[in-house]
Design a protein. Structure first.
Length: 70
C-alpha cells in the first residue's frame, strides 16, 4: 500500500478565498446601491465606499489566493 503524502494548504489560501467571496458580495452590493440609491443618504454616500472596498477586497483576495494556491 503506497502512502500518499498530502501537503497542507496555507492559511493565506483560505484568507484569500474568503476575501474573494466577501469582496465580490460587497462590490455587487455597491453596484446595486449605485443604480438604485436608498432614500436616506449618509455623509459620504457620494464616494461609493461599497465599490471601493469591494474592489480592494477582491484585489487582496486575488493576491492571497493565487499566490498560495499550490
Amino acid at each position: 500500500m503506497a502512502s500518499e503524502v498530502r501537503e497542507m494548504k496555507s492559511i493565506w489560501f483560505l484568507v484569500g478565498l474568503v476575501l474573494l467571496v466577501m469582496g465580490g458580495l460587497v462590490l455587487l452590493a455597491g453596484v446595486v446601491e449605485l443604480f438604485s440609491p436608498s432614500e436616506r443618504q449618509t455623509v459620504l454616500a457620494d464616494t461609493h465606499p461599497g465599490i471601493w472596498w469591494g474592489a480592494v477586497m477582491l484585489a487582496a483576495g486575488s493576491l492571497f489566493y493565487f499566490k498560495n494556491r499550490k
